[in-house]
Design a protein around this ligand. Structure first.
Ligand SMILES: *Cc1c(COP(=O)(O)O)cnc(C)c1O
Length: 387
């Protein structure tokens, strides 16, 4: 059931479960085995079986994951990496050259910003920030002839702003650039940027795709085959690939993405309703709310609104810190997208490094990664923590 012909005919859940792998012809194994091997016997010099030569270049467990990733994003080829940042680094080196310019989200994931600002910059790559929710600002930030990538996240972290992928693709292409969408927060179940005109989809599969907080990984999916060849060459040349155990875990997570995302969204909606009625909550940020500035666009390009919820409390920073310290079902911690609920204070945790810059987030902000536990337990936990 692999191959693009099949991908476009079956539904998301079917692709997530079957694409990229057929039961093993020798044993009938229904699930891709963990091929813990670094090298492969050749049938005479250069006589490769199925193209496998050395596991940095390709490994069957990873091949199965890469096929499934391409299928769920409706792309032509998928690439798996050792982390989201390894995926980003490989993309940067595959498509950018010294002197090239990139438009970054003004609220980019901190690690992405650091990779451009502190690493890529040493190789002469320049960048400017623009809010992905403001098309005119993105257009103005593009330097025609020099800008090679427009990079966006939607929804963004932790303010959950929304960018219009279709319109951003048009703006990027007008300016001669490719549109890269970091689809980590939405996951491929809720949003498929390639179908809206994006050129590159990128994931930290550490989050919703893996979904169980037990493996770090990254992915890139593209449609253009020439770009895919460039990425394949750089993936192998740089070597930031996942091992077979990691590929197995990520693939196992992907199979249940649809049911998990629906429950994440159900629980988040319940929690949003609860927070909206709580006297100590000043504002709830969730793209599913009709008064969210990106709601209409989100309704168009997302299937549902996902499991990330941010809110501001009435009592300032101390109250936000107190809430984060008092929950018992929500675990205090960074990261997101796992089955277990997490709570954090962006100002002093994930976004501490941007304090004092334009990217600073409100001190009274709390971010939730709503898990798939019993919704009533999550609400009771927040109610207790809010006091
Ligand atoms: C976590 C994350 C990354 C980085 O991925 P790693 O797997 O931690 O390297 C990139 N973008 C977003 C939106 C993330 O949440």
């Amino acid at each position: 059931m692999s191959g693009s012909e099949h991908q476009h005919k079956s539904g998301f859940e079917t692709r997530a479960i079957h694409a990229g792998y057929e039961p093993d012809p020798v044993t009938g194994a229904v699930i891709p085995p963990i091929f813990a091997t670094s090298t492969y016997k050749q049938d005479g010099v250069g006589g490769l079986r199925g193209g496998y030569e050395y596991s940095r270049s390709a490994n069957p467990t990873r091949t199965a994951l890469e096929g499934a990733l391409a299928a769920v994003e409706e792309g032509e080829r998928g690439f798996a990496f050792a982390s989201g940042l390894a995926a980003e680094d490989t993309l940067i080196r595959a498509v950018l050259r010294p002197g090239d310019h990139v438009v970054l989200p003004d609220d980019a994931y901190g690690g992405t910003f650091r990779l451009f600002d502190k690493v890529a910059t040493n190789w002469g790559i320049v960048h400017d920030p623009a809010p992905a929710s403001d098309l005119d600002a993105v257009r103005a930030a593009i330097r025609p002839g020099q800008t090679k990538l427009v990079w966006v996240e939607t929804p963004t972290n932790p303010l959950l702003n929304i960018g219009d992928i279709e319109a951003l693709a048009a703006v990027a292409h007008e300016g001669g650039a490719l549109l890269v969408v970091d689809n980590t927060f939405a996951s491929p179940y809720l949003q498929q940027p390639l179908t809206l005109g994006a050129d590159v989809v990128l994931h930290s599969t550490t989050k919703y795709v893996g979904g169980h907080s037990d493996v770090v990984g990254g992915a890139i999916v593209v449609r253009d085959l020439e770009l895919a060849d460039q990425l394949a060459f750089h993936q192998n040349s740089i070597g930031g690939v996942p091992g077979p155990f990691d590929a197995f875990l990520t693939h196992r997570g992907l199979k249940t993405l649809a049911v998990r995302m629906d429950r994440h969204s159900d629980n988040a909606e319940r929690i949003v309703d609860f927070l909206l009625g709580h006297p100590k909550v000043a504002q709830v940020l969730y793209p599913g709310l009709p008064d969210h500035p990106g709601h209409e666009i989100a309704a168009r390009q997302m299937k549902r609104y996902g499991g990330m919820v941010s809110f501001r409390v009435t009592g300032g920073q101390q109250q936000a810190l107190d809430v984060c310290g008092r929950t018992e079902v929500f675990t205090l911690g960074e990261s997101l997208g796992g089955v277990e609920s997490l709570i954090e204070h962006p100002g002093q945790m994930t976004h501490a490094s941007v304090a004092g810059t334009d990217l600073e987030v409100p001190a009274d902000l709390v971010r939730l990664s709503v898990g798939i536990e019993t919704a009533d337990d999550l609400i009771a936990d927040l109610d207790r923590a809010l006091g």
